[in-house]
Design a protein around this ligand. Structure first.
Ligand code: COA
Length: 283
């Protein structure tokens, strides 16, 4: 899909890059020539990913153990990264989420999610933005949201609130930092299964409610589809895209907007449609 050197010479930091979607995005960036920096809380996961990328694609990967909820840890990581060269791309990917009845959430549970998604993304964006502005360098921030940022998500309220805040940060910084050559963009993915999301969002066997059933394309997303979009958006080919939130969900978020009646119409056969035509023609 892309030239092999699309991201050559670019240095990209992906938060939560050791696992899940962040790992898939990192792999694609490295394949396209980027020098990769990944951070996360679990150093063994980061190390494992680094070794896989080095072995499979000969990637240059640096790892940083960092809990992005801690502003001092973020600052220390950024200082260290910038001491060996500037960064070109920040991907705010690290997230935390679980399903629960909102009435039962403790304040610490709410804070845990807001701390990672809302505060952590802001700490990273500001730490990078300040350095880009001081050095008079361009940069790109890519925020990984979910469609809950746009439409909300029952039983995942802290995550939806936090992602909505990051969506607002995307649009706000696009305007504030655009004149300085810093782009701010986001992706709002629908269902892209990962181990982490599976255990937290679908902990029970939900065979009676297959995920693909309420997606118009009748399938979940492939990681390669998301990581290619993530590569395009941070590349110079997307240089005029700023403040945009790209939904990639197979049309899932529009399903409800089209009404529940549409759902059952999807299952009507030709005989049913013929009888409907009889009843509606000429009226
Ligand atoms: N339901 C309700 N409350 C929960 C919970 C759940 N599934 N998981 C954690 N909590 C609560 C804890 O009980 C605690 O509150 P309390 O002290 O009042 O009891 C609070 O949240 C913090 O939990 P703790 O385990 O100390 O936090 P943590 O920082 O280690 O974990 C999480 C953060 C909760 C977000 C954890 O799920 C995590 O680390 N996730 C990272 C990966 C992830 O979620 N990825 C997204 C996949 S979609």
């Amino acid at each position: 899909m892309f030239q092999d050197d699309l991201l050559k010479g670019k240095r990209a930091l992906i938060t939560g890059g050791g696992t899940g979607l962040g790992k898939s995005i990192g792999r694609r960036y490295a394949e396209l020539g980027a020098d990769l920096i990944i951070c996360g809380r679990r150093v063994e996961k980061l190390q494992e990913t680094k070794e896989v990328f080095q072995r499979d694609i000969g990637a240059t990967v640096t790892i940083h153990q960092c809990d992005i909820r801690d502003p001092d840890a973020v600052e220390a990581m950024m200082s260290d990264i910038w001491s060996s060269g500037s960064l070109d791309i920040l991907v705010n990917n690290a997230a935390g989420n679980f399903i629960a009845q909102t009435k039962d959430l403790s304040h610490r549970a709410i804070d845990a999610i807001l701390g990672i998604v809302l505060h952590g993304s802001a700490y990273c964006a500001v730490a990078c933005g300040r350095r880009w502005i001081e050095a008079n360098r361009p940069g790109v921030i890519l925020n990984i949201l979910t469609t809950s940022a746009l439409y909300g998500a029952a039983f995942q309220v802290p995550s939806a609130m936090a992602k909505a805040g990051v969506a607002s940060m995307t649009r706000s910084l696009a305007v504030e930092w655009g004149p300085k050559g810093i782009r701010s963009v986001a992706i709002a993915p629908g269902p892209f299964p990962t181990e982490g999301a599976g255990s937290r969002l679908r902990p029970d066997d939900l065979d009676d409610f297959p995920m693909a059933d309420d997606i118009p394309l009748r399938r979940v997303g492939e990681h390669s589809e998301l990581s290619n979009l993530a590569a395009f958006l941070v590349s110079e080919e997307a240089g005029f895209i700023n403040g945009e939130i790209v939904v990639i969900d197979g049309g899932k978020s529009l399903q409800g907007v089209n009404g529940s009646a549409t759902q059952s119409m999807q299952n009507w056969d030709d005989t049913k449609w013929a009888s409907i035509a009889e009843k509606t023609r000429g009226r």
